[in-house]
Design a protein around this ligand. Structure first.
Ligand code: ADP
Ligand code: MG
Length: 567
């Protein structure tokens, strides 16, 4: 064998290594879950590739993860018989940070250990967590399609450099050997490691095995019975296939953390089996916390809904199975009927997939309805974190527009402060005598909306006005002209018709308009091209004047936004 080669990590890797070891310090046991999760991913990948090329898994088709402890050598080894890596793959996956999100990750670190820990999970710097407990990590890997003498050995102390060499007798898959730091003895204790496996990895669908513990009182006997027998220490079954009655909340929470790579608790979930011309099982979750990039890059690179076909993991299919406005949903779908050789392209067009997709949308909206009626606090949390994303659905999902509109929450002239708590249903319930439409105003900020002079006359009449100040509101409301048969009216646009007036009022208005005409003409002459028209307003009670745009013009703050963006 050739001399080991020494290479340097990418600069970013060094930075990430430092941050990971630093910010994970109080959650050090996370390394085990990360390495098991990589091992499980590797088994998933091989099982999938072996569908087309059965030879790849031949001779060793019982996918598994094995953890062994060596007290004398002070090592813990996590081994899988999954896909493995070629030398190039090791360099690409372990020596660099492949993810395009890395820079964003680095920029988004807050220095707050709790938050940073969550980010680390989302950006897949999982492998490096090994260095939290180890002062040296050795990885030996052979890709399933390479011969025995083309395995690779990678080793690093996590300080800038790593060594690479060729190995000639490695088994298929990957072994990661952690040489534990002096103070990390706890991870050499079988009971400790077992309890971590059940805490974090119970729901990995492959068996995680450890050597049977020594039995017997007698030292000598125990020594003699030093076990070479493996036993499975996790549940090792697809959780979503188990009957609901068997599953406890902890099971669902544990599985959520496993599949969503999450550190938060799930807010709610729904687990369903659909039987019929198209049968599938789905288990979908609402997270409690939003990933920091949800609203922006989240639309392009979506992840979090895993597609299985008859228990075989196929791919992350969020983009095919969920509309963008539900991109916060996490979970699994396991289809009985799709062909195992589906590709992304097929998924895009497949009629069965479209059925599953609309089924999932319905489940997700049902779940939200249920939160609204059963747990107002949780819905508030949901709305605070994901409301702005759900709003996209008003524009994008015509068929569910009314259902989504029902879930919207806003601040209003009749609610406390700027908290978005008022929905259209509640609004309609407390509409006053003579009020026919739902009134709202959009502005740059809550303050601007709440202090808008355009509200004066509505307030005087006792009409509630929804105060909308999120960026997306103006655009969204462009798609919503009615709710439950009531017209939605932007009070900053067009002529405001505040319900029926009696004849006397009508006459008084006419008279006032006539009286004002000369003044209005003068003002218009003075302002010239800067305004289209000067009118006598019914909007105001205290202010002398306000600006109004035509019904079909852009709202003023949108104009300001576009202008600011250089348009
Ligand atoms: P992530 O799992 O989120 O991609 P990690 O840092 O945990 O990030 O792993 C980086 C990459 O290294 C993986 O995407 C995978 O390609 C590769 N890798 C890590 N562990 C294994 C393993 N046991 N078998 C095969 N590939 C692995
Ligand atoms: Mg990983």
């Amino acid at each position: 064998t050739a001399e080991p080669q020494t290479r340097r990590f990418e600069a970013e890797v060094e930075q990430v290594l430092k941050l990971v070891t630093h910010s994970l310090y109080s959650h050090k046991e996370i390394f085990l879950r990360e390495l098991i999760s990589n091992a499980s991913d590797a088994c998933d990948k091989l099982r999938f590739e072996a569908l087309a090329k059965p030879d790849l898994a031949a001779g060793d088709a019982d996918f598994r993860v094995e953890i062994s402890l060596d007290e004398a050598a002070r090592t813990i080894t996590i081994r899988d018989n999954g896909i493995g890596m070629s030398q190039d793959e090791v360099i690409a996956n372990i020596g660099t940070i492949a993810s395009s999100g890395t820079r964003k990750f680095l920029e988004s670190l807050s220095g707050d250990a709790r938050k940073d820990t969550q980010l680390i999970g989302q950006f897949g710097v999982g492998f490096y967590s090994a260095f939290v407990v180890a002062d040296k990590v050795t990885l030996i890997s052979r890709r399933a399609d390479l011969p025995h003498d083309q395995a690779v050995r990678w080793e690093s102390t996590g300080t800038g450099e790593y060594q690479l060499s060729t190995v000639t007798d490695a088994a298929r898959g990957t072994a990661v050997i952690l040489h534990l730091k002096p103070e990390e003895d706890e991870f050499l204790k079988p009971w400790r490691v077992r309890s971590l496996v059940s805490k974090y990895s119970d729901h990995v669908a492959f068996p995680i095995r450890m050597l049977k513990e020594k039995q017997g009182e007698d030292e000598a006997e125990a020594e003699a019975s030093q076990s070479t027998e493996w036993e499975t220490v996790n549940h090792a079954s697809a959780l979503w296939m188990r009957p609901k009655s068997e599953l406890k909340d902890e099971d669902y929470q544990g599985f959520y953390k496993h599949i969503a790579h999450a550190y938060d608790e799930a807010l709610a979930w729904t687990h369903n089996r659909v039987e019929g011309n198209q049968s599938y099982t789905s288990l979908i979750y609402l997270p409690t916390q939003a990933p920091f990039d949800l609203a922006y890059s989240g639309r392009d690179e979506r992840k979090g809904l895993k597609l299985y076909i008859r228990r075989v993991f196929i791919m992350d299919a969020s983009e095919q199975l969920l509309p963008a406005y539900l991109r916060f949903v996490r979970g699994v779908v396991d289809s009985d009927d799709l062909p195992l050789n589906v590709s992304r392209e097929i998924l895009q067009e497949n009629r069965m997939v479209q059925q599953i997709r609309s089924g999932l949308v319905k489940r997700a909206l049902d779940l939200l309805d249920k939160l609204v009626s059963d747990d107002a606090d949780k819905y508030k949390t949901f709305w605070g974190n994901f409301g702005a994303v759900l709003k996209e659905g008003v524009a994008e999902d015509h068929g569910n527009r009314e259902r989504i509109a029902k879930l919207l929450r806003f601040a209003s002239t009749k609610s406390e402060g700027d908290a978005p708590t008022v929905g259209f249903d509640q609004y309609i319930e407390r509409m006053v005598e003579g009020q026919e439409a739902i009134y709202f105003i959009t502005a740059d900020s809550y303050k601007a909306a709440a202090n808008s002079p355009q509200l004066e006359q509505l307030k005087a009449k006792g009409f509630e006005v929804l105060l909308m100040s999120e960026r997306i509101d103006e655009w969204m409301m462009g798609y919503l002209s009615e709710y439950a048969g009531k017209k939605l009216r932007n009070v900053a646009k067009g002529d405001l018709d505040l319900g029926k007036k009696d004849e006397a009022e009508e006459a008084a208005q006419k008279q006032a308009e006539q009286d004002a005409e000369p003044v209005l003409k003068q003002i218009k002459a003075h302002l010239g091209e800067r305004v289209r028209e000067v009118k006598l307003s019914r909007r105001l009670t205290d202010s002398a004047s306000c600006l109004v745009v035509d019904e079909y013009d852009m709202a003023m703050h949108l104009k300001r936004m576009l202008k600011a963006a250089g348009q």
